[in-house]
Ligand binder design. Structure first.
Ligand SMILES: Cc1cc2nc3c(=O)[nH]c(=O)nc-3n(C[C@H](O)[C@H](O)[C@H](O)COP(=O)(O)OP(=O)(O)OC[C@H]3O[C@@H](n4cnc5c(N)ncnc54)[C@H](O)[C@@H]3O)c2cc1C
Length: 582
């Protein structure tokens, strides 16, 4: 929001090396061989099947890509684990089970466990010998997770905490051996976290939930009835549980974005295949502009979110390397590096899940009646997608977090938001800059991004100044601001990726990507204008409002662009390749 990024600073997925691509291929082969032929059996929750699949994934090393070698893993960086999540993302319920196990199930121990805890649990989690679940949500504590009532009481001997309470919606609950459980000790204000083995006893469950989608993923209510947990199984320190929950969710969020990319890539390919095969009015439906529009828009949105996901993934890796070089303990550095990019993690959760929902919806539409049939793949994709806007923090909660975290960082002096915002306000009072944009490649796109950032700063700055402490309660305005920040981040990432590709491969080779970046930018400009107008109209009035609306219009002004032709060109490439080809 406050400075320009150079394309050389960003990582693009085209830069993955051979080894990383080999890992990705292994995941895809695994899905083709073991998961896709069994999707119905998985959704029927055939006894033992999910555990067997996780065991096989463990044998191939798919559960331990980013676990350090000392604990039986491959020690790969964060972006490689993003690539694995992406590659497995189209595995429907299996992808959810694997993600819950490797992410929210394993990472609390890896990042917050002491040496003994890591030695005891991580190697078994890495192979899949132990399967993990994460128990935070309760019937009365969902988004407000810290209000959970599950209690932990030290026994008279001082050897065990006795856990009592009820957890809800627990993924992998039906078969997990290890539960990361969040509970309050005595009258503590904050949660503490515990590693709980099923074998400890005192754990019972309700039957499987009947769900709209991801029917093959085990989801249970879990009851703790005087469940005895040895004191050495507390994770980190007393009352540090909420922090653990939040930090682990940062990683879960960005990975959810990665999984959404993998799912949508598959759906787009299926939709292209179908559009090429299905003949109506004596023509394949892929010849019709209305269908081509959908295919191009689906590919564009996926390409855009993918650009941002791997940019942020590499940022996390780079921050980690820098912190370790400064002497920070590697586990702490892992957390700190993700925390630094928590805003990006939330953006990727929201934009990834909404992108996927759009794509499966259009996928159903392209399949027509067959889109509604359980005989064809879109029906499952449509149902399975929907959960992504709900778990790992609902999209509303994540939107609120995006703005909240940004403002908190500004208040703490970690970033100067108000300085640039005031500069934009001053620019509005000055004579507009009519200088021609340079004739350099990407100069126009970069100027547009810079202007969008000015629009964002204008609105966020004015909202902070006008509403002060009450802004926190003005959720509609916060949603507008989050929409602006997220959309700019994704659009900028897309432009930077294509600019880098342009320099790496030359213009001829990246025409489709360039079209997509411009389509996305055009859409973003319109979204920023709409969200900005809505926000300004709701907190400003009179001359001040008029002046800011003029400013908003100035910063969202674009040259005429034939978006229809651009979409036609993107669609042509997709249709000729008969798959998602970017
Ligand atoms: C299939 C499935 C699997 C899951 N797996 C797990 C798991 O493994 N472990 C686990 O701990 N949890 C899990 N969850 C729980 C999940 O994380 C919660 O459902 C989610 O956090 C939302 O909580 P809630 O359902 O209580 O909704 P609520 O918090 O009641 O929210 C209801 C609505 O109100 C909105 N809302 C709530 N608070 C605010 C606010 N402050 N401002 C604005 N809007 C607000 C929400 O955005 C939402 O639209 C899972 C859920 C499902 C459905």
């Amino acid at each position: 929001m406050i400075r320009e990024t150079n394309f050389q600073e960003v990582f693009i997925p085209e830069e993955f090396d051979e080894e990383q691509l080999m890992i990705k291929n292994t995941c895809e082969d695994f899905l083709d061989a073991e998961v896709r032929p069994n999707l119905d059996r998985i959704d029927q929750q055939e006894e033992g099947l999910m555990q067997q699949l996780l065991d096989k994934a463990g044998e191939l090393g798919l559960l331990s890509v980013s676990i350090p070698e000392a604990f039986g893993g491959f020690g790969k960086n964060f972006n490689t684990s993003m690539l694995v999540t992406d590659a497995v993302g189209s595995g429907h319920s299996f992808a959810v089970a694997l993600s819950a196990h490797t992410g929210i199930g394993t990472l609390p121990i890896l990042y917050y466990g002491n040496e003994e805890q890591k030695i005891k649990y991580i190697p078994k989690l890495a192979t899949g010998a132990y399967k993990a679940a994460y128990c935070l949500t309760e019937p009365n504590a969902g988004s407000d997770a810290n209000s959970g009532r599950t209690s932990a009481k030290l026994n008279p001997e001082g050897t065990h905490y006795l856990l009592n309470g009820q957890k809800m919606w627990i993924t992998n609950g039906g078969f997990a051996d290890i539960f990361i459980v969040f509970a309050k000790i005595d009258d503590d204000k904050n949660l503490s976290a515990f590693i709980v083995e099923r074998a400890f006893g005192g754990i019972s469950m309700n039957p499987e939930e009947h769900k709209l989608g991801i029917k093959g993923s085990s989801t249970r209510q879990v009851f703790f009835n005087d469940c005895p947990v040895p004191i050495e199984n507390m994770l980190s320190e007393r009352e540090n549980g909420f922090k653990i929950a939040v930090n682990i969710l940062n990683i879960g969020r960005i990975k959810l974005g990665a999984a959404a990319i993998g799912s949508s890539r598959k759906v787009i390919s299926q939709a292209i295949n179908y559009a090429n095969e299905r003949v109506q009015f004596k023509l394949p439906i892929s010849k019709f502009g209305a269908v081509r529009y959908k295919l191009a828009e689906m590919a564009t949105r996926n390409f855009a979110v993918e650009s941002a996901a791997y940019r942020a993934g590499q940022n996390i890796d780079d921050a980690y390397e820098a912190l370790v070089t400064e002497g920070m303990d590697p586990s702490k550095a892992k957390l700190k590096s993700t925390e630094q990019f928590a805003i990006e993690c939330a953006i990727l959760k929201v934009w990834g899940s909404e992108m996927l929902d759009y794509i499966v919806d259009e996928g159903v539409q392209i399949y027509g009646g067959m889109g509604y049939s359980a005989e064809a793949p879109m029906e499952r994709a449509y149902r399975d997608s929907r959960i992504n806007r709900i778990f790992e923090g609902t999209n509303e909660v994540n939107r609120l977090l995006i703005v909240d975290m940004l403002l908190k960082r500004a208040l703490k002096g970690e970033l100067d938001l108000m300085g640039p915002a005031q500069a934009v306000a001053a620019e509005l009072m000055a004579i507009p800059d009519f200088a021609e944009v340079e004739e350099m490649p990407f100069a126009y796109e970069k100027k547009t991004i810079a202007n969008l950032k000015k629009a964002g700063l204008l609105i966020a700055g004015a909202a902070v100044q006008k509403l002060m402490m009450t802004l926190q309660k003005e959720q509609e305005i916060l949603m507008n601001i989050a929409d602006i920040i997220g959309a700019i981040y994704i659009a900028e990432s897309t432009i930077l990726r294509v600019e880098k590709l342009f320099h790496l491969r030359g213009e001829e080779q990246v025409k489709g990507q360039l079209d997509m970046a411009r389509i996305y930018l055009q859409n973003t400009v319109d979204k920023v204008y709409l969200a900005g107008k809505e926000a300004l109209n709701s907190f400003a009035e009179g001359d001040e409002l008029n002046m800011m609306l003029v400013g908003l219009r100035r910063f969202t002004k674009v040259q005429p662009f034939n978006i229809k032709d651009a979409r036609q060109r993107v669609a042509k490439q997709l249709i000729e390749a008969n798959r998602y080809c970017f």
